[in-house]
Design a protein around this ligand. Structure first.
Ligand SMILES: [Zn+2]
Length: 199
């Protein structure tokens, strides 16, 4: 219970500090939201989008779920992407996975209870599609790391095929998709190389 009170106390200090540094900080944020980035990341508590990139409130629109997946049939992530592209007009969509992802690891293990299993199925399909490459790796840890990367690349490729993204490109809207991975061991982001900024 006391830990929650600590959070409220911290918040009061944080808000006061913002106003003392910049008296119009909250006023400005109330007036308009125009982030340049949409971040699609994992819910993992160790990969907080704002802290690891230095982005401030108002600068990044964030969607996080287990293992940063954007399944076509998922209304939640699809709505976030639609709003970010059509209304906020973000210029970059960053799909960011991370090594050591428990959601990805689950796809290499036995079946779980629903609804987790339903979600992990998205990752099992990526594992199955890449089974030749993964099976050739020497150990479970290498397979896990590689599947973390393959998941990010797959999600970024899927984003580039979305109707809402293609429509933005068709009307000449500036929009780039990026595929990144974060390493829990050293706190560093790495570009996995897939990017797309047009049809
Ligand atoms: Zn994760």
């Amino acid at each position: 219970m006391d830990r929650c009170k600590d959070l409220i106390d911290y918040n009061q200090q944080w808000a006061a500090d913002r106003v003392s540094e910049d008296p119009e900080f909250f006023e400005r944020l109330c007036a308009i939201q125009e982030p340049e980035f949409l971040w699609i990341g994992c819910s993992d508590s160790r990969v907080p989008a704002n802290q690891i990139t230095g982005l401030q409130p108002g600068e990044v629109f964030v969607h996080r779920n287990i293992a940063n997946v954007v399944p076509r049939e998922d209304v939640n992530s699809a709505s976030v992407i639609q709003f970010a592209v059509d209304t906020l007009r973000v210029q970059h969509i960053i799909v960011c996975g991370h090594y050591g992802c428990g959601g990805v690891k689950a796809a290499l293990g036995p079946s779980l209870e629903d609804p987790l299993e339903f979600w992990v199925e998205h990752l099992r399909r990526i594992r199955d599609k890449n089974s030749d490459e993964l099976d050739a790796l020497p150990d479970e840890d290498s397979r896990w790391r590689r599947l973390c990367e393959l998941n990010v690349l797959t999600q970024a490729e899927n984003l580039a095929r979305l109707r809402v993204v293609r429509a933005a490109w068709q009307r000449g809207q500036a929009l780039a998709i990026h595929s990144w991975i974060y390493d829990l061991r050293d706190g560093l982001l790495k570009d996995l190389g897939f990017s797309r900024d047009g049809l």
